[in-house]
Design a protein around this ligand. Structure first.
Ligand SMILES: [Zn+2]
Length: 237
């Protein structure tokens, strides 16, 4: 939100006592609450030796004035009321990250090996085209196991080759197919020497933050991970 726009909404009794310099200073100050930077950006320091110390004392002198403090308080509460960001939205976002299903992003698939469903558990080809292609490269291959290999099929428990364990592969979901929650969990992806690495936000940390915001931990020690459980009417004897 652009600061001058906020000033337009300021009640006159709060706005009138502000000098032009105080107003310029406040415009900058509410952006990041950095006194030195606010003085520098607003150009309200007129003295000699412009440096962080003189900027700080200049800014603090402005902030000490009661009418400035009243205006600052009004600006901050106005911004909190009108901002896109509020505690509830932050909480909902964290909750989504904490509860998103990571298997939507990557999952392990177990599928049948080439021998699971081949005739007499021999090597099974997908189709004749695949077999002929390999036959040209290696004359020793045969199609005794037949055709119709389907990698989507689950392993055959009777298979003597894989003992029913099949083969495993990590499957990465197309990011366009993520649900809104999975989209929040997703942090990014990169190519590594070992393939594509998908990164996600820390869901346990997000859950921890939710618990803290909701005040679910014991009040004594904020680092104490003991959950506070309140039993209505007390525990039975
Ligand atoms: Zn098998």
């Amino acid at each position: 939100m652009h600061a001058p726009y906020i000033f337009a909404d300021m009640p006159v009794d709060i706005a009138i006592p502000l000098s032009a310099d105080e107003r310029r200073f406040l415009q900058e100050y509410i952006a990041d609450l950095d006194v030195v930077e606010a003085v520098k950006r607003s150009g309200v320091y007129k003295g000699r030796a412009p440096n962080p110390n003189t900027f700080a004392s200049c800014g603090n002198r402005i902030l000490e004035k009661q009418h400035v403090r009243i205006a600052l308080h009004w600006l901050q509460s106005y911004r909190a009321r009108h901002s896109e960001v509020n505690a509830e939205k932050v909480l909902m976002r964290l909750w989504s990250i904490a509860t998103a299903d990571a298997s939507e992003i990557s999952s392990v698939r177990v599928f049948s090996c080439r021998n699971c469903y081949g005739d007499d558990f021999q090597y099974q080809w997908i189709n004749e085209f695949e077999f002929n292609f390999q036959k040209k490269k290696n004359d020793l291959v045969n199609d005794d196991g037949g055709y119709g290999y389907d990698p989507e099929r689950r392993p055959n428990k009777e298979c003597p080759h894989c003992k029913g364990l099949g083969e495993r592969a990590v499957f990465l979901t197309d990011t366009r197919d993520y649900s809104p929650d999975a989209r929040l969990l997703y942090k990014g992806a990169k190519h590594t020497r070992h393939g594509i690495e998908v990164m996600t936000h820390d869901s346990m940390r997000a859950m921890d933050m939710v618990a803290r915001i909701l005040g679910l931990y014991t009040e004594g020690d904020p680092n104490d991970n003991q959950m506070k459980i309140i039993v209505e009417g007390g525990l039975p004897d």
